[in-house]
Structure formats: C-alpha cells, structure tokens
Design a protein around this ligand. Structure first.
Ligand code: ZN
Length: 126
C-alpha cells in the first residue's frame, strides 16, 4: 500500500500567515513531521494544527478552484480529509487556511482569531 504523502503547503500563504501569527505573539512549530500529514503550523499550547493549502491543489470550492484545479486535486483533498480526521481523533483541533483567505492583513487577523476561538474585540489591529 502506498504511504500517503504529506500535505503540500502553499508557501507564500504559509509565510504570510506565519509572519502575522508571530507578530501577534503566537508561538508555533512549522512542519510537524511526527504528526499525520505533517501539519504546516502546530500550536502545542492550544493542541491546534493548521494546514495551509492552495485552493487549486485541494478543491477548496471557491471561485478560483472551481474555474480550474490540478488533475490530482480530488486525491489530495481526500488525503487532507483523512489526515484531518486522524488528527481530530487524537485530540487535535485541526483547521485548513486556504490561499484565497489570505489576501490582505484584515482577513488574516479575523481568520486567526476564529481558529483560536478568540473574539475580534480583543484585537487591537484589524
Ligand atoms: Zn479558495
């Protein structure tokens, strides 16, 4: 049986998100190889793992991915769902941040706050 590949990161989105998180004081590890799918950002304090994916590689369902997707996007999406499920069963909170969600700073902030169930009111910037 073929071993599933780690989830492929969207690198520009990952670095934008990682920088925004770091600026906000979040501490995390990148590419946790010991976890299924190698989540791109791992927050041990919150037991939260985040995959950062390109919409067209994983059939996000947004207008960009509906217009055109890579031929293996369906397979990749299934693998992402399996890794998410396995991690959830191990007690991890798992989220996927999509490329289309990280277009400017404001959505990044609100997206991060949603992941950690924090309120927007506690956010000084926007
Ligand atoms: Zn998308």
């Amino acid at each position: 049986m073929q071993k599933p590949k780690p989830i492929q990161a969207e690198s520009a989105t990952l670095s934008t998100l990682a920088n925004a998180l770091h600026r906000r004081g979040f501490r995390f590890r990148k590419a946790a190889r010991e976890l299924p799918g190698h989540p791109h950002l791992v927050f041990p304090r919150w037991k939260t793992a985040i995959f950062v994916c390109d919409c067209q590689h994983y059939l996000h369902g947004c207008p960009t991915s509906l217009k055109w997707s890579f031929p293996d996007a369906h397979t990749r999406s299934k693998e992402l769902a399996i890794f998410t499920c396995v991690l959830s069963h191990r007690g991890w909170k798992v989220d996927t941040v999509w490329r289309c969600e990280v277009s400017d700073q404001a959505p990044i902030s609100s997206r991060i706050l949603n992941i950690f169930d924090l309120t927007v009111a506690s956010s000084a910037d926007g």
